[in-house]
Write a protein that binds this ligand. Structure first.
Ligand code: AMP
Length: 377
């Protein structure tokens, strides 16, 4: 048996009664805190927003900005381990914390996934298929990128993009130059537009001892750039599902990752010699955290992604990840949350985030609708 090429970040096991610090107090932090509490852990949420939904369910709270070093130090000293619910935690904050206490996932995974260029280069280094891309740091480089990638393409900021923010579809060079100005000449990347058949993702966990548990891929449909539904079974070929799982396993292993990670894919149609088509996969992006497209696991798997993340970062044996029901996760965005509880069917499981105010486009909750296993893939 061969051992991992690089050592895992740490192998200490956190016991019930320990305190887990969570950077970020949104719905993911809230559901992580509930899962941690179920395993006998206390949680300390660090978030600048005084109305953070995770504050309702945590033992300790710090309201401070992510660049407040004094608050970060105090927070790090008060907990046994720190994790995060979003990838835009400043790397300096993560490093400061790591010098004081345990941090999982580690700084390397955070830095790789918060910069689209670093992420793409990392994936290329593993020979994992991605859409052709070119960096754009100047008007001259934009011109070169357009010559290399062409149109249609997608111009994206390398950092801080989410739910379709920080990106624009480019159909002509003129439009590209206009978008470049609109992005205030930030560091960008031009990506070839993928005419995908569908989008899927794999949520996968790894603990510090190298144990890995992938969940089944979900089929993800977006509405107004926001995830609308995740459906499992995804209705894709078994070979595509297997390739997605293998790819996610290679990524989580190469990162020596500790915690739950999501890998988003485009399923594309490749033309073959005889004119027929065969689907193949391109990785779109990696999220170093529990993920919206993994919420279905809450009502369809023995150990859901939130429990699994806590088990992984605490170096506990991971739970089983197989699916026990067919499931559709639907996000409740803005006023849609007010439809609950009317019309709920026995198989519908609502998860409401307790956010103080609903705004158009704001994720307020989700419903997992489960039905008996169909045996489909
Ligand atoms: P991202 O922030 O990179 O996950 O992109 C958000 C969404 O935009 C994706 O889920 C796709 O629906 C779409 N998208 C992003 N990049 C591309 C691309 N290169 N080609 C086609 N659609 C894209």
């Amino acid at each position: 048996m061969t051992s991992d090429p690089a050592p895992p970040p740490f192998t200490d096991q956190l016991l019930p009664g320990s305190t887990i610090g969570i950077l970020g107090g949104g719905q993911l932090g809230r559901m992580l805190a509930v899962a941690a509490s179920g395993l006998g852990m206390k949680t300390h949420i660090f978030c600048p927003d005084p109305q953070s939904p995770a504050f309702d369910v945590s033992s300790h709270q710090t309201i401070a900005s992510y660049d407040d070093d004094d608050a970060l130090k105090k927070f790090a000293h008060s907990v046994d381990l720190v994790t995060y619910e979003f990838e835009n935690v400043p790397a300096e904050a993560a490093r400061l914390i790591k010098n004081i206490t345990l941090l999982a996932p580690g700084v390397n995974a955070l830095e790789t996934s918060q910069d689209r260029l670093l992420e793409k280069r990392f994936l290329e280094s593993l020979d994992i298929a991605i859409s052709p891309f070119a960096p754009v740091r100047s008007a001259a480089q934009l011109q070169q990128a357009l010559e290399k990638i062409g149109t249609p393409s997608v111009l994206k900021t390398t950092r801080f993009g989410y739910d379709g923010k920080g990106q624009q579809i480019i159909r002509s060079p003129e439009q590209a130059h206009k978008a470049y100005q609109e992005f205030s000449r930030r560091e960008l990347v031009l990506e070839a537009f993928v005419d995908f058949e569908c989008e899927i993702s794999v949520v996968i966990a790894r603990n510090g001892h190298g144990q890995i548990e992938p969940y089944e891929p979900s089929l993800n449909v977006h509405k107004n750039h926001i995830l609308h539904t995740s459906t499992v079974p995804a209705g894709i070929k078994a070979s595509v599902s297997e390739l997605a799982t293998i790819t996610a396993t290679r990524i989580i292993t190469a990162l020596q990752y500790q915690g739950v990670l999501a890998v988003e894919f485009f399923v594309t149609k490749n033309k073959t010699g005889d004119g027929s088509t065969s689907p193949s996969l391109l990785v779109n992006e990696i999220a170093p955290r529990v993920h919206n497209s993994g919420h279905w696991t809450q009502n369809a798997c023995p150990a859901d992604q939130f429990e699994q993340h806590i088990r992984a970062i605490c170096n506990w044996p991971l739970g089983r990840s197989e699916r026990m029901a067919d499931v559709v996760m639907q996000n409740l965005v803005g006023g849609e949350v007010n439809l609950i509880p009317q019309g709920l069917l026995p198989g519908d499981h609502p998860h409401i985030y307790g956010k103080a105010k609903s705004r158009p486009g704001r994720k307020m909750g989700h419903v997992n609708s489960v039905s008996p296993l169909s045996g489909k893939t």
